[in-house]
Design a protein around this ligand. Structure first.
Ligand code: DGL
Length: 268
């Protein structure tokens, strides 16, 4: 397999998947990542399934043209639909939910919280995957209509983010006093400091690092000897977005992404 075909595609409804890129870059600084964030159409979590599929196929068609080896579906909302998307593409699609479900199922947790978009919560996808692996775990889920859009905004509204996170955590603890909470939307870990401020004793699970590991394992299973020092690319990040570039630029610093990066506004 040629070195060029080791390009890693990452897609998200917007900027949230940059949390996955940050985790990938930490694990494999030589990674060559192509990212598409559909910021013109975010939030996906308030849309209907058919719309999400159409918008996602446009991003995956773009990735096919770029010749990626696989695509990490960083967006949890899109990952709930992976079984409908995978048959349309010849390259592997890696879910962000599955590695998180594996992690939770293998733990000693008996109750776990889930904060995600309303769409993700409504599908029950996390609950199904976790309980299929370990049926002694109860998932307590609360959906947010607003948090992804707040994280996406070019002018970061600190007070609104603070209020939304505190009300989500309060709603979750009214249901059950969970000690472990999955941040089941890629946009949420960007505000991890705010989550920790309101719930300092809670263990927040960020699926990004788990998905990054799953992406690299899939590349290895396809013949790339990543663990043995082989270089799959020079280490680069090409970001394409259907929306504005300002939030992406800000997040490179917030998430400490050190890969040499270009950010382009692009139609799909
Ligand atoms: N980042 C997406 C996710 O992980 C959600 C944001 C949106 O609603 O588009 O679910």
């Amino acid at each position: 397999m040629s070195v060029e075909s080791a390009k890693i595609g990452v897609i998200d409804s917007g900027v949230g998947g940059m949390t996955v890129v940050a985790a990938l870059a930490r694990l494999l600084p030589s990674a060559e990542v192509i990212y598409f964030g559909d910021s013109a159409n975010v939030p996906y979590g308030n849309r209907a399934e058919a719309e999400i599929i159409d918008l996602t196929c446009a991003m995956l068609d773009f990735m096919r043209e770029k010749g990626v080896a696989l695509v990490g579906i960083a967006c949890n909302t899109i990952s709930t639909l992976i079984d409908k998307l995978q048959p349309k593409y010849e390259f592997p699609l890696i879910s962000i939910i599955e590695p998180a479900a594996n992690y939770v199922a293998a733990s000693t947790m008996r109750h776990v919280g889930l904060l995600a978009t309303e769409f993700t919560v409504r599908t029950g996808h996390y609950q199904k995957l976790i309980r299929a692996r370990n049926d002694s775990i109860t998932v307590h889920a609360v959906g947010s209509k607003h948090l992804a859009a707040l994280m996406e905004a070019e002018r970061y509204d600190e007070a609104a983010v603070d209020a939304e996170i505190s009300s989500l955590l309060a709603a979750l603890s009214r249901d059950y006093p969970v000690k472990d909470i999955i941040l089941g939307c890629t946009h949420y870990p960007i505000a991890i400091d705010v989550f920790r401020k309101w719930a300092p004793d809670v263990h927040f699970i960020d699926p990004a690092a788990l998905q990054a590991k799953a992406i690299l394992e899939k590349l290895e299973s396809r013949g790339f000897a990543l663990g043995r020092g082989a270089v799959v690319g020079g280490g680069s990040l090409s970001v394409y977005t259907s929306g504005g570039t300002a939030t992406f630029e800000r997040l490179l610093g917030v998430l400490k992404i050190a890969l040499p990066c270009t950010i382009r506004a692009a139609g799909k």
